[in-house]
Design a protein around this ligand. Structure first.
Ligand code: BES
Ligand code: ZN
Length: 924
């Protein structure tokens, strides 16, 4: 085909293109059957940091059509080389292309062939393209690290395609339901490694470029475009062995190889566990996991080539904290879970993203628990996921788990607390009400039935219902869809009100949606969920029975049906609903029942209430006080018992809630009250965990370590005991080391607290000392710990400098870490005003810095949203959001939620500030 060269990218730039097809989904008349992708990557030389390539797509036509529409964005397509071939039964025939069109709104590239393409026929489309290896951590992009010997940058290339960036790397049908096998061939200088989803098949010299080779990979299984991955790099790897023959390698830059052992050991074990759990073998012959120095999210589950941010994969035995190890384990377990939930069976459309992310999140908790039951991480993770869900889902602006999606930015915004954590929480609920057998066999048949295909949530409901009927977990007249649709299609979560009739030994149970904003009218609260009711009493104390003893039910019209529970104890005994928080709802009780609960809490017998329920009582009472259903005096009565409490979760509940309030109160004249209160609350537990002394070696359980870290963190923040003095002492010891890079006497799990405290109370020289360590460190987790602490300073110009450095494209802080350093300043009470001002005054610059990855930009809003305490501040931000509407495109939901959260914060200050202060004063 000989027609003029058309540079699509520049054409779009000139605004010349127009388009006739404007629906957000591709037309459905074509089916890609196989991709042959050839990419030549230049990491050095005159073409440095560019790539060129071709894609040959075998297409089946389902309906006669006059055009071929696919996705392409920011690619220069050399149309003089485009070919379209009709593959007839006997002959092949070239078909010319008469014109092309682009639709920049939906990233379409549309070709108009000279003849109509006919149903049931096969065609082969060959497109040639090139582009820069971009620096935006999306599509096919560049990343770099500094060679410690030569001090020069070393470049690598890698991909990040989910959700909709494969189209930035090659023209394709970039929707998750278009699955096809891929044959990838990578051209590169022979000194580099070439990696892709599959193992290498052959390597051949490049036909014209000396020292370049073509590495061809085996054909993949059918998969969605967002799972394709490739990389050219000079990394090293650590091999692991799996008994079943899958080759498992862990890749990182050569100088980080000593940080790979943990992930290299864990990965194969988890993979093997999933093979047993799901009853389906991992289908590829190999799997690689790779730590990428510049990475937008934490990790990506590309089939057979999982990519990670360095902090999510690397772990150093002698310098990484327990938190990092925990995190690496759950990220690895999460991405490997996707190899089944997401890769093998994929959601049909992004509406059901939670089928990917909710499952990976839940299954990861099972995976980590299976390999390390002694960590007891499953409950910690499940409970904190429910708490995060509660905070988010109490907003009016929250969204259902399963939701319509029409533009790419909406897809990106759906990777949120709701898909991940609410998704995971409702799966846990199902696991508990269906029981082990039905849950496992339902999932197994779902995976078997839809493997290499796509599914929607209704398909899952059918598989689970069938299994539940077989096992007897649900009666024949009940089905999973009826129950679960209420949780996945409806926003919010219920408060279950338990009003007891002590004389009759019964309780009336009702439900309504919970909102943090107490001005929401009652009509918005009238919602119904099918709620499995598990409960126990003071006499029974059966907290281990998490299966439902009863259900709150909904009518066909979605109204909550009244429910009375009988056979409850007398007026001297409490009842507790939702044993171990088996379902994501909050329970509220009548005053008498709360009194009974508080009495038990404040007795020797406090731990007759299960630790998860103790924690939940704390979180609930704080939450109900927030919106006026309870008061802060009752909160203080509950907290009274804490001088006996020695377990992590109740402390975490208390700390989370106190921090939330402290963010508001600390900028008022009453800010000192919480500090006084902490001086009363903390000493018993501070002593119990042995203060800031390095006693970690004596602990049996992770919970104890985490508890200690949490307690010490609060103690140093509120200047309780010897915390600050001792933290500074540790820091001085480090400063006195002749070689502080090599030797650091600060206990690893206390480093972030020690650094932050020393910087908060220290001098500019201390800051410079830590900054130097930042620039010299070879460990990503250490760098993050430091960055997070540098913002604790009270020196205004240092904070201002940090803000500016955060958004310097080629500065010492990698763009991926900009959110961390901004956050660190914004969370500091001194830094907050600076951060707020910097954000609003430099928003054009910030937007440019992130564009088009505005999702990362939206993370800057979180620390701002919880500290705007008066109406004036709120209006200031509201005006800013109005003025900046253009630049806030793509993060509309986050802006909405931010504004709502600010309003709620202001409301709290107006309504509760005095009550809170007087309650706290009384309890001092
Ligand atoms: N599939 C995601 C990666 C992703 C995130 C792609 C956002 C596109 C947009 C991956 O499996 C994931 O969920 N990563 C999480 C970490 C995980 C352990 C919760 C992330 O990156 O935050
Ligand atoms: Zn995920």
């Amino acid at each position: 085909m000989k027609w003029f060269i058309l540079f699509v990218a520049s054409l779009v730039g000139l605004g010349l293109a127009s388009s006739s097809y404007d629906h957000y989904r591709l037309p459905t008349d074509l089916l890609p059957q196989r991709y042959h992708l050839r990419i030549l990557t230049h990491l050095e030389g005159p073409e440095a940091l560019r790539f060129s390539g071709s894609v040959k797509i075998l297409i089946q036509v389902l309906q006669d059509t006059k055009n071929i529409s696919l996705h392409s964005r920011d690619l220069t397509i050399d149309e003089s080389r485009t070919t379209l071939t009709h593959l007839g039964p006997e002959t092949t025939e070239n078909i010319c292309v008469s014109s092309t069109e682009v639709n920049p709104t939906h990233d379409y590239y549309i070709l108009f062939p000279c003849h109509e393409l006919l149903a049931y026929n096969y065609y082969e489309l060959n497109l040639f393209f090139s582009a820069e290896l971009n620096q935006k951590m999306a599509g096919y992009y560049r990343s770099s690290y500094t060679d410690s010997v030569t001090k020069s940058p070393r470049w690598i290339s890698t991909t990040q395609f989910e959700p909709a960036s494969a189209r930035l790397a090659f023209p394709c049908f970039d929707e998750p339901n278009y699955k096809a096998p891929f044959v990838v061939t990578l051209g590169h200088h022979k000194k580099y490694n070439a990696l892709s989803n599959m193992p290498v098949k052959t390597t051949k010299p490049h036909e014209s470029l000396s020292d370049y080779v073509w590495t061809e990979f085996q054909e993949s299984v059918p998969m969605s475009t967002y799972l394709v991955a490739y990389s050219i790099n000079d990394f090293s790897y650590k091999p692991s062995t799996l008994p079943n023959g899958v080759l498992f390698r862990t890749w990182a830059r050569p100088e980080a190889m000593d940080q790979c052992d943990f992930a290299a050991d864990l990965g194969p074990k988890i993979l093997q566990y999933y093979e047993e759990l799901f009853g389906i073998k991992f289908p590829l012959p190999k799997i690689d996991q790779m730590a990428v120095p510049d990475f937008e999210s934490a990790a990506m589950e590309n089939w057979g080539l999982v990519t990670y941010r360095e902090t999510a994969l690397l772990f150093s035995n002698n310098s990484s904290s327990l938190e990092i190890r925990d995190n690496v384990a759950s990220v690895v377990a999460h991405e490997l879970a996707h190899q089944w939930f997401g890769n093998l069976v994929t959601m049909n459309w992004w509406t059901d993203l939670w089928l990917n992310e909710g499952f990976a999140t839940y299954v990861a908790a099972l995976g980590v628990h299976h390999i390390h039951p002694e960590w007891r991480s499953k409950d910690r993770k499940s409970i904190s996921d429910i708490w995060d869900t509660f905070r988010h889902d109490a907003l009016r602006s929250s969204k259902p788990i399963s939701r319509p999606i029409e533009v790419v930015s909406q897809i990106a915004e759906t990777f949120n607390v709701i898909s991940y954590k609410k998704g995971s929480s409702v799966i846990r609920m199902m696991h508990l009400f269906l029981g082990e057998e039905a849950f496992r066999s339902g999932l197994n048949s779902y995976l078997q039935d839809y493997k290499y295909e796509n599914a929607e949530q209704d398909n899952l409901w059918v598989s689970l219902t069938k299994a539940a009927h077989e096992s007897g977990a649900l009666p024949r007249n009940a089905d999973v869809k009826t129950i679960m649709d209420r949780w996945t299609l409806q926003t919010g979560y219920p408060v279950v009100n338990v009003i007891r009739d002590y004389a009759a030994g019964s309780a009336d149970i009702s439900q309504e949606r919970y909102f943090s904003n107490n001005e929401v009218s009652s009509s918005h609260r009238k919602k119904c969920w099918w709620v499995p009711l598990s409960y126990t009493t003071q006499a029974e104390l059966d907290f281990n029975n998490m299966s439902p003893q009863d259900w709150l039910e909904c009518s066909k019209k979605g109204q909550s049906l009244p429910k009375t529970i009988d056979n409850l104890p007398g007026a001297d005994q409490w009842v507790i609903f939702n044993t171990q928080l088996s379902t994501p709802y909050r329970a509220n009780y009548d005053a008498q029942n709360w009194k009974l609960l508080i009495k038990t809490l404040n007795s020797e017998n406090f731990n007759s209430i299960h630790v998860i329920n103790r924690a939940q009582l704390i979180d609930d009472i704080f939450t109900f006080a927030w919106t006026g259903e309870q008061d802060y005096e009752t909160v203080m009565e509950v907290l009274e018992y804490m001088h006996r409490e020695r377990e992590l979760l109740p402390w975490r509940a208390a700390f989370d809630n106190i921090r939330l309030i402290n963010r508001i109160v600390r900028r008022t004249s009453q800010g000192g009250l919480i500090r006084q209160y902490m001086k009363k609350l903390l000493p018993p537990i501070y002593e119990y965990v042995n203060g800031i002394n390095d006693t970690f070696a004596s602990f049996q359980h992770q919970d104890e370590i985490i508890l200690k870290v949490n307690v010490v963190s609060m103690a140093c923040q509120f200047q309780v005991g010897d915390c600050v003095a001792r933290a500074v002492e540790y820091f001085r010891q480090w400063q006195a080391e002749p070689n502080p890079e090599e030797s650091n006497p600060v206990p690893v799990n206390l480093r972030s607290i020690v650094y932050c405290t020393a910087i908060r109370t220290g001098s500019e020289d201390d800051w410079q000392f830590l900054w130097t360590r930042y620039t010299k460190s070879n460990k990503a987790d250490e760098k993050v710990t430091i960055l997070d602490s540098l913002g604790c300073s009270r020196v205004v110009w240092l904070l201002q400098e940090m803000l500016e450095l955060s958004f310097e494209a080629r500065g010492p802080i990698r763009p991926q870490d900009s959110v961390i350093s901004f956050d660190s300043v914004a969370e500091n009470p001194v830094g907050f005003m600076l951060a707020k001002q910097y954000f609003m005054h430099n928003f054009d610059h910030i937007h440019k810095f992130y564009y088009p990855s505005v999702k990362s930009m939206s993370k800057l809003l979180t620390p701002l949203s919880m500290q705007m305490i008066d109406l004036k501040e709120f209006h200031e931000f509201e005006d800013f959001a109005g003025r900046s509407r253009n630049l806030l495109q793509g993060i509309e939901e986050k802006v909405q939620q931010t504004l709502e959260r600010m309003r709620i914060t202001v409301q709290w200050k107006q309504q509760n500030f005095d009550d809170f202060n007087s309650a706290i004063r009384q309890s001092l």
